[in-house]
Design a protein around this ligand. Structure first.
Ligand code: NI
Length: 256
């Protein structure tokens, strides 16, 4: 049994097929799925999915690509949504320095506000980091450990970054890229993550693991990510899966 700790089931590529997707996930032992928002409408949709399907849990947050119109009203609305009993985290939030993504200072401001909201509501944070490693680490170090911790989702950094995040109480979650044939450094970072801080996810509909690279992703494929982690660690999947599941439930403590 496994949990997909990050899948955007509200994405138009997945939403219309969500029941088939849940069936396929359950068939391979994926018993729960965390569905993070990336703006207000997608966070609202995540909650709606969680209300309709007992295996889905929601997270709410503003992804750094979607902060252009964030103001005090929308942050208040986010806070209200986060009190919903099926919301297990604030996310996804973070920094994204790939070209075309809005102003970095503003990204940092909105990221900090949401980290503080996670702390205030005693929820874990789901953190996105793309080509922003140094500023991301500086921000989470400055804020300090969150009362309920958080996860570095779809981890793409170095062993050093993994170690620093672990020191601050964060879990490290791996997605499809750890399975890619040309991935060299990323698999090496897995050994630096304590076994009780390791998570797996799909980041559906993106980043399908091997052997489905390039195809639309879905939660059933989290098995391939977990199997790769087991292979890297020299363990059996049957031995690692319950550890990953226990870690996910410990972090997302509202998930039952
Ligand atoms: Ni995501």
């Amino acid at each position: 049994m496994l949990i997909d700790s990050h899948a955007h089931l509200q994405d138009p590529l997945l939403l219309s097929e969500v029941e088939d997707i849940l069936d396929r996930a359950l068939k391979v032992g994926v018993q729960a799925i965390i569905c993070p928002g990336y703006d207000l409408p997608s966070s609202r949709q995540a909650i709606k999915l969680a209300e309709n399907y007992p295996s889905i849990w929601a997270a709410v947050g503003f992804h750094p690509e979607n902060i252009a119109n964030v103001d005090e009203n929308s942050l208040t609305e986010l806070k209200d949504m986060a009190q919903h009993p099926q919301v297990v985290a604030i996310g996804e939030i973070g920094l994204d320095y790939v070209n075309g993504v809005p102003d970095r200072e503003r990204q940092k401001t909105i990221f900090r506000r949401q980290l503080k909201l996670a702390a205030e509501l005693e929820l874990p944070a789901i953190i996105h980091n793309r080509e922003s490693h140094a500023d991301l680490l500086a921000t989470i170090q400055d804020i300090g450990p969150l009362p309920q911790g958080g996860v570095m989702h779809c981890f793409s950094g170095s062993s050093e970054l993994a170690k620093e995040c672990v020191k601050l109480g964060y879990y490290i979650s791996y997605a499809g890229p750890v399975t890619f044939k040309n991935a060299r450094r990323l698999p090496e970072t897995v050994a630096y993550v304590p076994l009780d801080r390791l998570l797996c996810e799909t980041d559906s509909p993106y980043l399908s693991p091997e052997p489905y690279r390039g195809k639309r992703n879905e939660p059933a494929r989290v098995i391939h990510v977990a199997a790769k982690l087991a292979e890297i660690l020299g363990r059996e999947l049957e031995e690692l899966a319950p550890i990953l599941t226990a870690n996910t439930k410990r972090l997302f403590h509202r998930l039952k």
